[in-house]
Design a protein around this ligand. Structure first.
Ligand code: CP
Length: 306
């Protein structure tokens, strides 16, 4: 079975196949008739052990637009609450013969582990601080639509990189597509050895934004921080928040991105989040097309998809 566990497992031809398939899915999502029959007769189960608005809703819509039967497993009301393990839960669902399992889990590596056990295709919808591959693909698609290319663009990924699976997947994908990637964060919010991922590191927000074509903000994930370092919101916004004045350091036509959910007034000011350079809603829109593309690709439809 073909899985999508991370950008790390994708070849460049895979990435290009997914991106061009996603471009074609946009037409389906924008059309009046939003339905195709590509996954007719297939069963998709969404299994989210962590909260989600965008990812879960768009995977559900993507499956339905492709004609699949989609089931959302409500973990909060499941036997997980009675102590059933991740693997036992997944094997129980596997016995009902799904074709696609979409999984989000708080532990890095949990989705890959599960993919080894079940007899269907598995998509990583976010595993701990490890990867969120469909988010990176939808971000690249958004950039490509707006700028006509990804190669040679300067992308500044700003904020809580340490806890961000979105940042990791984006660094891998943007580098593979030839972008010049920077991370802008206090050293306490950067993983050790981040330079080895092929990024330039900035600790000063104003300098990190200079000349950027894309400013990608990250949510401050306070729920993943333990006592020792939880920055004060006011201090964080003063040093690393994106407001209009700070954004003026970037290129005048720089795109402002955020994977969501946003903490307004913490990492981003409303004047920027809702401003003319923001493509945050377009990212959400692209999310449906990308997830349609991923599921068609996993089912081996990339040649015939239209
Ligand atoms: N960007 C993202 O993954 O959002 P959700 O947590 O709402 O799915």
């Amino acid at each position: 079975h073909r899985h999508l566990l991370g950008i790390a497992g994708l070849s460049l031809p895979d990435i290009h196949a997914l991106m061009s398939l996603a471009e074609r899915e946009i037409a389906v999502s924008l059309g009046r008739d939003k339905k195709k029959a590509a996954l007719k007769g297939r069963t998709q189960i969404n299994l989210f052990f962590e909260a989600s608005t965008r990812t879960q809703a768009s995977f559900e819509l993507a499956g339905k637009r492709l004609g699949a039967d989609v089931m959302n497993m409500s973990v909060a009301n499941s036997s997980v609450k009675k102590g059933e393990t991740l693997i036992d839960t997944a094997m129980t669902l596997n016995a009902m013969r799904p074709d696609i399992l979409v999984v989000r889990h708080h532990a890095a590596g949990a989705v890959a582990l599960l993919a080894q056990k079940v007899g269907c295709s598995v998509v990583n919808a976010g595993d701990g601080a490890h990867e969120h591959p469909t988010q990176a693909l939808l971000d690249a698609l958004t950039i490509h639509r707006r700028k006509g290319r990804v190669a040679r663009l300067t992308v500044a990924i700003c904020g809580d990189v340490l806890h961000s699976r979105v940042a990791r997947s984006n660094i891998l994908l943007l580098n593979a597509l030839g972008a010049d990637v920077r991370v802008v964060a206090p050293s306490t919010l950067l993983p050790n050895g981040i330079e080895q991922m092929g990024v330039r590191v900035f600790h000063d927000m104003d300098r990190g934004l200079e000349g950027a074509d894309v400013v990608m903000m990250l949510r401050l994930q306070r729920e993943r921080m333990e006592g020792s370092f939880v920055p004060s919101v006011r201090e964080y916004f003063r040093l690393f928040g994106l407001d209009a004045q700070r954004l003026s350091r970037a290129e005048p036509d720089a795109l402002v991105m955020h994977p969501g959910p946003m903490n307004r007034g913490v990492e981003i000011a409303s004047e920027v989040a809702d401003g003319p350079q923001s493509v945050i809603e377009e990212q959400v829109e692209m999310g449906v097309a990308v997830r349609m593309a991923v599921m068609e690709w996993m089912m081996g439809n990339e040649e015939t998809a239209s």
